[in-house]
Design a protein around this ligand. Sequence first.
Ligand code: ARG
Length: 267
Amino acid sequence: MCRPEHFDVTYAINPWMNTSDPVNRALALAQWDGLRAAYEAHGHRVEVIEPVAGLPDMVFAANGGLIIEDRALSARFANPERAQEGPAYHGWMCTQGFTAVSAARETNEGEGDFAIARDRILAGTGFRSARAAHDEVAEFFGLPVVSLDLVDPRFYHLDTALMVLDDTIAYYPGAFSGPSARLLARMYPDAVIATEEDANVLGLNGVCDGYHVFLTEKAADLAEQLRARGYDPVGIDLSELLKSGGSVKCCTLELHRITTAAGSGTD
Ligand code: ARG
């Protein structure tokens, strides 16, 4: 995670961002501290990266790259405003003792567009990460990648419209092209389908550890559906970060393990 010490909305690269709507940084910091505390209270270890002045979106650590087992691929951002975050996350990865650390060749916004679902990777394209990045990720990690087309600018990253839960997923079909939505319906017939209302508060931008699901407290119907499936939703208030188009998952770069049977895939 990256504390939002330099968080601001000084440019607009997604429809959530409005540069004339001021950000309350003290509140953003307190809300972020609350998310970190919630992870730690539920038994998760949190590592932090030093925030860099002039990179107001660096708080969205999920975009810094993709880490699976002992291999890490750092991001290559689509927008010049965020370009310097790639080397910053790459530098951090190089100090963590991974077997392989590589910088993406293709435009790749990390876990924003790549979701680890058991032993395959679901990958978004359409707004940020390039289709060619899906092949690069498949090759680098040696895992099958399923490409999905995002078509609604509000849901510009895969993690704004889809969340992995253990063996299934939760998603908002309206964020995907017809063929991609049909593919998801075939692959995950038992998926949790989020309402447009919950998608619109970035309810799907959550983190599931196999039992707890950390997500915005605003997604009431989704929390109810998760509870009915036996999960324990943990409501988090990140209203200041929502002004930049991010929520819980965006603030969290997970250290993934690959699992094929029951059990958590996350530390
Ligand atoms: N303002 C950031 C951007 O538009 C938000 C990134 C949110 N991150 C995410 N994983 N969806 O790039």
